[in-house]
Design a protein around this ligand. Structure first.
Ligand SMILES: [Zn+2]
Length: 291
């Protein structure tokens, strides 16, 4: 932990950060009373980053052709937004354009390589229908479309994000997987080693946006944490929540299983920000979030 004193010198009002956050913004640009702050120096492919703007009126900002949605926290006049480096975005610097209080600021954001691995997966059981590009694309489209919803509530405020189960992580986010040497997909989340029947819990407070069955993800739950942040729980044997239900961090959403495109019991956990897949472990461990 770092001292609160240094924070008070930097930010106009008292807010605190999670213990994993850096003590000061990595990048700070000020122009005629408008200050833009980035909380990480670079953004790896498949990562989310936090930015803030200190301005009198709500800013407008665009990054990679996406208009950002700003949010404010009670008692804090700072405007916050999340930006995302998509998994397949070519590594180089891209401008973040911010318009606020009649000023226009352009802040370069360097996207770096995600360092994703390649995996060969052999599946011996009959899962023919689950290696169908149309089935997979339709499922991905349903999830990313839902995850572009902007619910104007910061459900995670004061609670942060945690792992859905305490166990070892196996297959990583972003891996390019080739099934039986023929079918390629990108792994959208992390796999957790767990036997059938172990509880999976909500990573953070939120509202259940989907609870049901998907061909590849099997029994699946998608939770809306507000302002474009979503978490997904796949391959479950049983689902305990229903669409529209409010859940708290740590609340059981279902049990580990092996439904959908899964060769053995495990948990698959994934996160999206603004409809883009992001590395959930990075979001849980490293991303500084206002609390
Ligand atoms: Zn997985």
């Amino acid at each position: 932990m770092w001292g609160l004193t240094s924070l008070l010198l930097v930010l106009p009002l008292t807010i605190s950060y999670s213990q994993h956050s850096p003590p000061t913004p990595a990048v700070e640009v000020t122009q005629a009373g408008v200050t833009v702050r980035l909380f990480s120096e670079t953004l790896r492919q498949g990562r989310a980053g936090l930015l803030s703007v200190s301005a009198a009126a709500e800013p407008r900002a665009v990054f990679l052709d996406e208009t950002l949605t700003f949010f404010q926290l009670q008692g804090d006049p700072t405007w916050y937004a999340l930006i995302v480096a998509p998994l397949n975005q070519s590594p180089r610097a891209y401008p973040l354009l911010v318009e606020a209080d009649a000023q226009t600021l352009s802040v370069p954001v360097q996207i770096t390589s995600g360092g994703f691995i390649q995996q060969n997966v052999i599946i011996v059981s009959d899962m023919g229908g689950l290696f169908d590009r149309d089935v997979e694309d339709a499922e991905l489209a349903r999830i990313t479309t839902t995850a572009r919803t902007i619910t104007p509530t910061v459900y995670w405020l004061g609670r942060g994000f945690g792992h859905p189960i305490e166990t070892t992580l196996t297959s990583p986010f972003g891996a390019l997987r080739t099934f039986n040497g023929l079918y390629e997909t990108i792994h959208t989340g992390w796999d957790y080693n767990a036997p059938i029947g172990r509880p999976l819990v909500a990573s953070a407070p939120g509202r259940v946006a989907f609870a049901g069955h998907e061909a590849i993800r099997g029994n699946y739950v998608l939770i809306d944490h507000g302002y474009g942040v979503f978490s997904g729980y796949a391959h479950m044997s049983v689902v305990y929540v229903t669409q529209g239900q409010l859940v708290d961090r740590g609340q059981i959403v279902g049990l580990v299983g092996s439904t959908g495109r899964s060769s053995s019991a495990h948990a698959h956990f994934e996160m999206l920000v603004n409809g883009q897949w992001v590395d959930s472990t990075d979001f849980i461990n490293s991303l500084p979030l206002p609390r």
